[in-house]
Write a protein that binds this ligand. Structure first.
Ligand SMILES: [Zn+2]
Length: 59
């Protein structure tokens, strides 16, 4: 996207667009956002934490 194209967008759209692409956990701007507004790295980390909790409950 060029600067001219960005200027042509309504302000609300720009805010929405930026919000969607910011990870809720690490605040990094990412190209793709996943569940709970997390980037892939943070989503994987969250899954790992969940797996650990599930494993500790089983034992
Ligand atoms: Zn993240």
């Amino acid at each position: 996207m060029t600067v001219a194209e960005l200027d042509a967008l309504p302000k609300e759209k720009i805010i929405n667009y930026e919000h969607k692409l910011t990870c809720a956990a690490c605040q990094q701007k990412v190209k793709q956002i996943y569940q709970y507004n997390l980037c892939k790295k943070c989503l994987v980390n969250q899954f790992r934490r969940l797996i650990k909790i599930i494993d500790s409950v089983r034992r």
